[in-house]
Design a protein around this ligand. Structure first.
Ligand code: NOJ
Ligand code: CA
Length: 668
């Protein structure tokens, strides 16, 4: 078999020399359009592939192994390089919704085709963007199916730095963040965000289909290996004879907020497979939800049942009166007695005190979208057996939005984030698309940008959301300042923001309040009210909830922000921030702008230039800020000012505070 000059050199002198020789033998490097980022693929003396990344000529990822291990084929070594194909793209594309509806994909591509004596052809496709790198494996050999037993993909950081991540767990992402030296992390899920020297970066994946998720597992000081979630028999993935893996991604920026403004993960996904997307529309929503988490309502039938016809009508009226497009009622369907038991839910039959048809009719009359909710308890076989009948029924009722949930372990030893889970979540996305249903998935698989290809996959949880504040130590302001730089890099989150009753006074005054998920007697919201409002802007979700009980919004002057807010934005930018410290985000919807700022446990004053506003336009700015004259976190100062792009805004935030601003062109 022909050996590439690259491999012959490596055999003689080892990997280090091969890296040097790579420059004068077949060019196996690809650089970003601006030339700052360079990714290089090499083979060592055993014909095993490796990669490295340099930024401005300095190593960020030192040579690190690549390859896959499979029972039926050698996808790891003995390779020589057959050819290197190159491509480039500079194209602007649009999406029906998103942080930015217009995006520019500008990258250089290199496909390194490798062959080994067994006749295996494995291609490493690498794309270099100005804001990072992505690569994936492509296996095109027609053969019987393969069992992938391991992935060798590694990331050897060239030097130590600081990192932010959650622990690696193949069943849940609802874990606290750890700020740790890179060298002190044993295992982490992705996005894995870091600062090394003056650079910020984040490792994640794009286009995760029919394959398990990966974790980073430390091998030695700065070397991490991608560890895919296993199936019950230890195999990582069962694949057809021909496959492509998800992209392994590395976002890179000079500022922490550059990571948020990067669309690299979306660029690495395919265009929409849904031709007519007219039915896919971002919306704001309220629902019967928070009461159950607080313990003042329940999901099951009885005197404290939340999802009653009367309550539903009240919510629909509230939504119609407050420019809110959707309503969600958890506990509408039979079977909640089985949650945590045999996990058998009925996805079609409502409880007797929830007149589904009347509610659907009433919502339609009022111009409000009725959502459905399917808690599966993780009972996948039962859900798969019933979901088509359910979606068919929802379509009949005129429903276009479904919240799903997987609060419970999967059966048969399957893990939520394994190939089995990924396949299931995807089946639901595709079935929902058939019935013109948008999805909000709780306890989901991580977002990897598939919303580009399946734009009905609107939002998901996949981190500690608001619910944790109802029955645990809760989410700190620092957590909320970390979330945008880690979990939110992957895509939208249904955090369910916006609790106004910060101290849960209404729940505490309810003598019948229950403890259903641990001691809730000392729980409360850890931030100021202004920060709760700011989260509607900061935490991007095309389905954005006002999560509090509607009676806490009724008549509250600060609720005007949500009434004015538009979940269907056209443009977004994270303007300034540091991981775990503070964040400022601006969005535009039509001719209006919204700004959200938040700080951690420290009070902070910052100056924000407003040069993102349209030049020459005067805006009425409604500012919802912390009140320094009050010791209460419920205190919020609302002020109206006339501002323009030439102005700067001084934002003063109390501890765990924030600020939200809506900008409306004067005269509207
Ligand atoms: C967990 C979800 O995150 C929450 O939103 C939902 O209310 C419960 N499961 C019940 O489905
Ligand atoms: Ca959850």
């Amino acid at each position: 078999m022909k050996r590439s000059p690259l491999r012959s050199a490596a055999v003689a002198t080892g990997l280090a020399t091969a890296l040097v020789l790579a420059a004068c033998t077949p060019d196996t490097s690809v650089s970003s359009p601006d030339g700052r980022i360079r990714a290089t693929v090499t083979l060592n003396e055993a014909g095993s592939p490796a990669w490295q990344v340099e930024v401005d000529g300095r190593p960020l990822i030192a040579p690190s192994r690549l390859g896959l291990e499979a029972r039926e084929a050698n996808l790891a070594d003995g390779f020589s390089i057959e050819r290197v194909a190159r491509d480039r793209r500079d194209e602007t594309w649009t999406q029906p919704w998103g942080e930015n509806k217009i995006l520019r994909d500008r990258h250089r591509e290199m496909a390194v085709e490798m062959r080994n004596p067994e006749g295996i052809v494995l291609t490493l496709r690498v794309r270099a963007f100005d804001d990072g790198v992505g690569f994936r494996y492509e296996y095109r050999t027609p053969a019987d199916s393969l069992r992938i037993t391991d992935e060798r993909t590694a990331f050897r950081f060239a030097q130590d730095g600081l990192s932010w991540s959650i622990d690696g767990n193949y069943d849940t992402y609802e874990l606290p963040y750890r700020e740790l030296p890179v060298s002190a992390v044993e295992r982490a899920n992705t996005p894995f965000t870091f600062r090394i020297g003056s650079l910020y970066g984040s490792i994640h994946e794009a286009a995760l289909y029919d394959y398990p998720e990966i974790h980073l597992v430390r091998q030695d000081s700065l070397l991490f290996k991608a560890e895919p979630a296993p199936l019950p028999d230890g195999v990582k993935a069962r694949l057809a004879g021909s496959f492509t893996t998800p992209w392994r991604t590395l976002q890179i920026g000079d500022r922490a907020v550059d990571l948020i403004n990067s669309a690299l993960i979306l660029h690495l996904n395919e265009p929409s497979k849904i031709a007519d997307t007219s039915w896919i529309r971002p919306q704001k929503y309220v629902g019967v939800w928070w009461g159950m988490h607080l313990g003042t309502q329940v999901w099951t039938m009885g005197p404290r049942h939340g999802a009653t016809t009367e309550n539903a009508i009240r919510h629909i009226d509230f939504a119609a009166a407050n420019n809110i497009q959707g309503v969600l009622f958890e506990g509408w369907n039979r079977g909640w007695e089985n949650w945590g038991g045999n996990q058998q839910f009925d996805y079609v039959e409502p409880y007797a005190d929830f007149d589904l048809e009347r509610i659907a009719r009433y919502a339609a009359e009022k111009g409000v979208e009725l959502w459905m909710h399917n808690e599966t308890g993780g009972n996948i076989p039962d859900y798969e057996a019933n979901m088509e009948r359910a979606m068919h029924r929802y379509a009949e009722l005129g429903v276009h939005t479904l919240k799903t949930g997987y609060a419970g372990g999967f059966r048969g030893g399957y893990l939520h984030h394994s190939q089995y889970g990924v396949q299931h979540y995807q089946r639901v996305v595709e079935l929902a698309a058939k019935y013109r249903i948008m999805l909000d998935v709780h306890e989901p698989i991580k977002e990897t940008g598939i919303r580009r290809t399946w734009p009905n996959m609107m939002t998901r949880e996949g981190a500690r959301g608001m619910e944790w504040n109802a029955w645990s130590e809760g989410n700190s302001a620092e957590y909320l300042c970390t979330l945008p730089f880690v979990r939110l890099l992957s895509g939208p989150m249904d955090y369910t923001p916006g609790i106004f009753d910060i101290y849960y006074e209404r729940a505490k005054n309810d003598p019948g309040r229950i403890q259903w998920n641990g001691d809730n007697s000392r729980c409360e919201i850890k931030t100021t009210l202004a920060r709760q409002i700011a989260n509607w802007v900061i935490i991007y979700s095309p389905l954005q909830m006002a999560a509090d009980l509607i009676e806490n919004y009724e008549g509250h002057p600060a609720f005007r922000f949500f009434r004015d807010f538009d979940a269907d934005c056209d443009w977004s930018e994270a303007l300034q921030g540091e991981i775990g410290d503070y964040i400022v985000v601006a969005r535009r919807a039509g001719d209006r702008f919204f700004l959200g700022a938040g700080t951690n446990g420290e009070a902070r004053a910052i100056v924000q230039p407003l040069d993102f506003l349209r030049p020459g336009v005067a805006y009425t700015a409604r500012i919802y800020a912390d009140d320094p004259d009050s010791p209460l976190r419920t205190a919020c100062r609302i002020e109206e000012r006339r501002l323009s792009a030439a102005d700067s805004l001084r934002i003063e935030m109390l501890q765990a505070g924030g600020c939200a601003v809506s900008f409306e062109p004067v005269g509207e």
